[in-house]
Design a protein around this ligand. Sequence first.
Ligand code: ATP
Length: 270
Amino acid sequence: KAALYENLDEHTRISFKDVAGLDEAKGEVMEVVDFLKDPKKYTKLGGKLPKGVLLVGPPGTGKTLLAKAVAGEADVPFFSISGSDFVEMFVGVGAARVRDLFKQAKEKAPCIIFIDEIDAVGRSRGKGFMMGANDERENTLNQLLVEMDGFATDKGVILMAATNRADVLDTALLRPGRFDRQIVVDKPDLKGRIDIFKVHTKELSLSGDVNLKALASQTPGFAGAEIANAANEAALLASRRGKQSIEMRDFEDAIERVIAGLEKKNKVIN
Ligand code: ATP
């Protein structure tokens, strides 16, 4: 059974510093960090904490990173699972897995449960044509709804989930008391890309000619994951070329490669 629970210890702990750009999204999840640090403070007057926060945005924009940073900032355990893990499960396994996840999390509260690709289980019910496989997915989704309704957030279990298809989600998931907050995690603008380049070149040996702003201008449409990929590729290219530091050339060639890779991927999809 895959580990459900990633312990983000000192060494690997992600903080808001690691998440570049996304200022608005960070501002919104800051509240969740506060809840997790001191759940009682918020429930004293009878208010209810939010249960679920849905991060919505294209692939590679830092949704997982942001969820991990919330756990890191609040210094709480991070349980994660991907919706696609549930696909092709035998009857009963998906629902059992969900039950198990919530049970473990409740024992470790305050904590975060993160469900990546929630659309894989959370697609609206009764619209599938492959009934067999779909039944099990529906069981899993139903169990998720049951678990969400069954826990009180004053214990400090906050659910976070990510999707790039909020429009296909079952409306039951979006009801008050479930994923009632949505936060948009979009592709970065020019300034965002500069900041992401900064984060991902911090530990690299850069030559004096490297201009991060110019690199950011050359990469419109890149998500954070592609920028991270380009920075690493540039370091590898420079090493292969026997250089002592990474030059602008290496970055530009690396960007070309990432773009070529993206084009290939699009061709496969179409
Ligand atoms: P997916 O929807 O494909 O799961 P995601 O939105 O969850 O994608 P992440 O897995 O968080 O994206 O991002 C992948 C990697 O890209 C991160 O580990 C990080 O290295 C880099 N990255 C993405 N966005 C940012 C960002 N805003 N700041 C810094 N690094 C980023």
